[in-house]
Write a protein that binds this ligand. Structure first.
Ligand code: DGL
Length: 271
């Protein structure tokens, strides 16, 4: 039994979709979230910069003495997780392995689509993970840099002509490859799920990487005897590196509910 908090971070607000799942599965856990809203997006940056930012994000969360850290960011998980794991003793979980496991379970045809940021697609991390789990799986991958700004600007509802056009443009080559599973390799994408599901059709299973990661973390913490023994709901704290004033409104879309806990702005560059 361990009542220390779970640290969660993302380059911005997308990781809140993973927080939503973590809080649903483990309501008794304390969660500390950091969103690097001052430096988002990470997805178009170099590997060196992503690693430097991720080191600071982990250093900040470590000040809370967490029992585990969840990298709720596809870009950091695919690009910096191995480095972070060698540098910190605290267990650090990323989204790639749980999502690849889910995709390997779902696919019948062995043809899996993958969408993510440029850095995620460049890393080849999902291909490696799937190849280890289900050799011979064909991954049809596509970087979708316009999807994050669309979501951040609230343009993700089915029927939104801009969102529909951009999604069709990105996904048509993947649909043509007749994949039966599509990995949403970025934590912003769950908000686009209804629109993507409609475009891909009912025969394609969508894998939400944040959701899979949350389930995986719960299982890992239980297996290691690290779950909280509390019977009351845990506390949720939120930190950002820039609050342009509309954090609470935007964050509630990702969380699916109002941001109940405290929100504070911090200077991430000092970590
Ligand atoms: N959170 C990032 C991810 O999941 C998307 C936003 C960004 O590019 O920083 O890949």
């Amino acid at each position: 039994m361990d009542n220390r908090p779970i640290g969660v971070f993302d380059s911005g607000l997308g990781g809140l979709t993973a927080v939503r799942e973590l809080a649903r599965i483990m309501p008794e856990e304390d969660l500390v979230y950091f969103g690097d809203t001052g430096r988002v997006p990470y997805g178009g940056r170099s590997r060196e910069t992503i690693i430097r930012y991720a080191r600071q994000d982990v250093a900040f969360l470590s000040t809370f003495r967490p029992k585990a850290i969840v990298v709720a960011c596809g870009t950091v998980s695919t690009t910096a997780l191995d480095v972070l794991k060698t540098e910190w003793a605290v267990p650090i979980f990323g989204v790639v392995e749980p999502a690849a496991r889910a995709a390997a379970r779902c696919t019948k045809s062995g043809r899996v689509g993958l969408i993510g940021t440029k850095a995620t697609i460049r890393s080849g991390a999902y291909e490696r993970a799937l190849d280890a789990l289900r050799p011979g799986t064909r991954v049809v991958a596509r970087a979708c840099p316009l999807l994050v700004p669309l979501v951040e600007n609230g343009r993700y509802q089915p029927g939104d002509i801009v969102a529909e056009t951009v999604v069709a443009e990105y996904l048509s080559p993947i649909r043509e490859e007749t994949v039966d599973t599509l990995m949403l390799g970025c934590t912003h994408y769950p908000l686009l799920k209804p629109l993507i599901a409609r475009y891909m059709g009912p025969e394609v299973t969508l894998v939400d990487v944040g959701e899979q990661c949350a389930k995986w973390v719960a299982g890992q913490l239980s297996g290691q005897g690290l779950r909280s023994g509390r019977t009351v709901p845990g506390k949720h704290r939120f930190f950002v590196s820039d609050d342009s004033g509309d954090f609470a409104a935007l964050a509630s879309a990702f969380l699916g509910e109002d941001v109940g806990g405290e929100v504070k702005e911090i200077d991430i560059t000092v970590y």
